[in-house]
Design a protein around this ligand. Structure first.
Ligand SMILES: [Zn+2]
Length: 321
C-alpha cells in the first residue's frame, strides 16, 4: 500500500495528519542557492571556477588542486599549507561576517514547520553557511551542522576558539583576495593560533579527512527510530555519512526528495511508480517549498522582508494572482 503522498497537496495533508508526529530534514547546497551563495558543485561554483595558479601554494600542491579541486578542503592539504583553503574561502568568510546572505523560503519553511506543528525533530544540514541559524524560532539544538559552520573559528590543531570578528579582521589583512586582487594584501601571511602558534586557525567547518561532530552520530541514533517523515532537500546525496540517513530510517518512514533531478537511487530511493514510501517533489527548493507553504495555508506567516531578493520576488509573483 502506498503511504507516500503523490503530490504537494498530499504531502501537506501528511504533515498535518496526527499519524505524522516526527519530521526530520536533510539539506544540502540547493536550499541555499536562492540566497546567492554559490553551490560548490554546480557550474560556476567553487570547484568549477578554482584557479590554482592564483593560489599561494607549491607547484606540487597546485597540480593536486588542478587534478582535484576538492583538495582545497582536505585536511591533508590544509595541514601542509592553510592558504589554499583560506584564499578560496575568503569571500565566503567575509560575506558571512557582513550578513551578505539571507535564509531562503526553504529555511523559512522549516521554521514554520516547527512553529506551526511542533513536529520538526531535527534539521541535519550539510551546509556550512549558517543560514538555518537565522531562523531564530528554531531552537539551536534542533539544528545539526553535519559539516560544521563557517560562522565561527577555531584552531584545527589544538581546538582553541578564536573570536569570529577578530578572525575576520585577520582574514581581511592577512589573506590575499584571489578573486579581486585590487582589494586585500598582495601576499598572504599566516593567521597564527593564540595557543599553539600554528597557522591552523580556520572556520569550524569539517575538512575531508577529519571526523564529523559527535553530535551528528548521537542525534541520528536518537531521532531516526521514531521518524515518520524524512525530507531530503537540495542535496546530491553523494557525501557520506550524511547520505546514510536515507537508508537508516525505518521501513515505515516516508521519504520526500526535493531536488531538480532524481538523486540517491543507489541508496535505495525508489522513483518507480511502484514506490510506496518515496515521493519525488521535483523542482528548485524555493519553488517546491513555496508551493508546500501555500498548500499548508501558511503563506501569510512568511515574512517577505526577511527573504533574499529572488525568494521575495517568487513570493510576490505567487501572491499577485
Ligand atoms: Zn592551536
Amino acid at each position: 500500500m502506498r503511504v507516500a503522498p503523490v503530490d504537494i497537496a498530499g504531502l501537506a495533508k501528511l504533515i498535518l495528519s496526527p499519524e505524522c508526529k516526527s519530521i526530520a530534514v536533510l539539506t544540502g547546497a540547493g536550499v541555499s542557492v536562492a540566497s546567492g551563495i554559490p553551490d560548490f558543485r554546480s557550474p560556476g561554483g567553487m570547484y568549477d571556477t578554482l584557479c590554482p595558479d592564483l593560489i599561494t601554494a607549491t607547484p606540487a600542491q597546485r597540480n593536486a588542486m588542478k587534478h582535484e579541486p576538492m583538495a582545497v578542503v582536505t585536511w591533508e592539504m590544509f595541514e601542509q599549507n592553510s592558504f589554499p583553503y583560506m584564499e578560496v574561502r575568503r569571500p565566503f568568510i567575509l560575506g558571512t561576517k557582513n550578513h551578505q546572505w539571507k535564509a531562503t523560503i526553504a529555511h523559512r519553511f522549516f521554521e514554520l514547520l516547527h512553529v506551526k506543528t511542533n513536529k520538526l525533530t531535527r534539521i541535519f544540514t550539510q551546509n556550512i553557511d549558517g543560514l538555518d541559524h537565522q531562523c531564530k524560532k528554531i531552537p539551536t539544538e534542533k539544528i545539526v551542522n553535519v559539516h560544521g559552520s563557517i560562522s565561527s573559528a577555531s584552531c584545527e590543531g589544538c581546538g582553541t576558539k578564536m573570536d569570529f570578528v577578530k578572525f575576520c579582521e585577520a582574514v581581511e589583512t592577512n589573506i590575499k583576495d584571489i578573486y579581486n586582487p585590487e582589494s586585500g594584501p598582495k601576499e598572504s601571511t599566516p593567521i597564527l593560533c593564540g595557543n599553539c602558534k600554528k597557522p591552523l586557525v580556520k572556520p569550524t567547518t569539517v575538512l575531508f579527512g577529519r571526523s564529523l561532530p559527535s553530535q551528528f552520530f548521537e542525534r541520528v541514533q536518537e531521532d531516526l527510530p521514531n521518524l515518520d517523515l524524512l525530507i531530503v532537500a537540495g542535496t546530491s546525496l553523494v557525501v557520506s555519512p550524511a547520505n546514510s540517513l536515507c537508508y537508516s530510517v525505518p521501513q515505515s518512514t516516508v521519504r520526500v526528495i526535493v531536488n531538480q533531478e532524481p538523486v540517491g537511487e543507489e541508496l535505495g530511493i525508489d522513483y518507480s511508480p511502484e514506490s510506496t514510501h518515496d515521493f519525488f517533489a521535483q523542482g528548485k527548493c524555493d519553488d517546491v517549498f513555496l508551493e508546500l507553504i501555500i498548500a499548508l495555508g501558511w503563506l501569510d506567516d512568511l515574512n517577505v522582508k526577511d527573504l533574499p531578493p529572488s525568494s521575495a520576488k517568487l513570493v510576490q509573483e505567487n501572491t499577485a494572482n
